[in-house]
Design a protein around this ligand. Structure first.
Ligand code: PHE
Length: 446
């Protein structure tokens, strides 16, 4: 079938688009990633660097990705070629490999989340760290991993097969308000815990100035910013390709980045009080994603019936946040298959889901492998961010000019964004990329 004869789908409203992009951004990265990265890299120093990266680097890249998607009306796989020719095909490939890689282990972590959610409803919580560790080993024992992983991929694949407005947009419109409500209630509950102040102190005010130059903290800040905002991976390119020409891209980028950052901070205001109120501070200091699956349930387990209700709310919240992110990861390869090979959406969703399942097998078998794939994927996102900023700042600046003209934003906003994308963002993001690569290699070789 001729590609042109298929009418491109569109978001039904601007709010629907913003909610879908927020849905992609807000995910396990906000709930687990923020907590474990900030506890690795000195709390407040990490948070400060993270905020700087979001403001100086990520916002301009956000608008650049939106412009690339809307300007070319193409999925992320072919948008770089359409904008700048065949030489930019590798960026399209990066936009295919990175989402598949991330989705592969993301679905596994979602499986763990679903498992503890079900466990909290029907069985109850572990009462101490030993019980919690053995529960996690059972959850993570092969077969149970697969059940959670397959369930999550199938659910997300099914929603994506429903299309942009009837699948992705509909789910986000339903889920996002629920997510914000639960989040606020949990943050209020956590504020009244015995040691909440100690938790906040470790999260935000434990400010060790030396951490600002520690390569691991810098890598964590860059990784967290790109991962959490779903940037450098082609999602915002793809989502913007379904936009009409009238929406104000800088304003929407700002709204999405602010909401995502607020959720990350609020999640810290929940997890840190829980961890410190139950004397689990030491377990978090060399934390990984997996540790949080042991720490949080055992913390809440000490809190009786209320702890159990909070666990149901917290893991339910995490799952809702994750499903709206997984669908965005699946949408990128799906839209590539539709645009490039005119495959039907349903078939494209099935093919992508099967690939993600197969690629996820190593992560089911080993949490170390999962951690390594996560580390590599995060560096790929920073690389993607650098290439996008270079492409729209230097190679085809016209694409962004036109989209900014169309977007109805003020002249000063446009000038600021163009200046940043040309002179500041690529420089800083390339430093971030080099430091992250150096730090990753150092951890692997030490
Ligand atoms: N932003 C999502 C999160 O914070 C994860 C994600 C990364 C989703 C990259 C899509 C692309 O969990």
């Amino acid at each position: 079938m001729d590609q042109k004869s298929i009418k491109r789908e569109q978001w039904s409203t601007k709010l629907g688009f913003v909610l879908a992009a927020v849905g992609s951004a807000v995910g396990l990265g906000n709930l687990w990633g923020f907590a474990y990265r900030s506890s690795q890299g000195g709390g407040g120093a990490f948070v400060l660097l993270y905020l700087l990266v979001v403001l100086v680097v990520c916002l301009p890249i956000f608008v650049a990705e939106f412009s690339l998607g809307r300007g070319t009306s193409s999925s992320a796989f072919i948008a770089p070629i359409k904008a700048a020719g065949k030489n930019w095909a590798p960026l399209g490939w990066l936009f295919l490999i990175a989402p598949l890689g991330i989705a592969s282990y993301y679905a596994v972590i979602m499986g763990w989340t679903a498992d503890i959610f079900v466990q909290s409803i029907f069985v109850g919580l572990p009462l101490n760290t030993e019980e919690s560790s053995s529960l996690f080993s059972t959850i993570h024992s092969g077969n149970r991993d697969f059940i959670g992983q397959i369930f999550s991929i199938t659910l997300a694949g099914y929603i994506v097969s429903g299309g942009i407005s009837k699948g992705i947009e509909k789910l986000n419109r339903f889920c996002m308000p629920i997510l914000f409500m639960i989040l606020i209630l949990l943050a209020i509950w956590a504020a009244f815990l015995g040691n909440s102040v100690e938790g906040y102190r470790n999260f935000l005010f434990n400010f060790d100035i030396k951490q600002l130059t520690n390569p691991t903290t810098i890598r964590n800040a860059f990784s967290q910013a790109f991962f959490s905002l779903s940037l450098g991976i082609g999602i915002m390119v793809t989502y913007a390709s379904y936009l009409n020409k009238t929406s104000n891209l800088p304003k929407q980028a700002f709204q999405i980045a602010s909401l995502d950052t607020a959720v990350g901070l609020m999640a810290g205001l929940i997890t840190f009080p829980i961890i410190f109120s139950f004397g689990l501070g030491e377990t978090i200091s060399n934390s990984t994603i997996a540790t949080l699956f042991i720490t949080i349930p055992s913390g809440l387990g000490q809190f009786g019936a209320i702890g159990r209700i909070v666990a149901i709310a917290f893991f339910g919240l995490a799952y809702i946040a994750a499903i709206t992110s997984l669908i965005s990861l699946i949408e990128i390869p799906v839209s590539a298959l539709i645009d490039k090979f005119a495959v039907k959406r349903r078939l494209a969703s099935i093919i992508t889901s099967v690939c993600i399942f197969i690629l996820g097998i190593p992560s089911v078998l080993s949490t170390d492998l999962l951690g390594n794939i996560d580390a590599i994927a995060n560096v790929l996102l920073i690389l993607g961010g650098f290439l996008v900023s270079f492409l729209l700042g230097w190679v085809v600046p016209k694409v962004m000019d036109v989209e900014l003209e169309n977007s109805g934003s003020s002249k000063s906003t446009r000038t600021y964004l163009k200046f940043m994308l040309r002179y500041i963002t690529p420089v800083i993001v390339s430093c971030g990329l080099l430091i992250s690569l150096y730090d990753l290699l150092k951890t692997w070789t030490s």
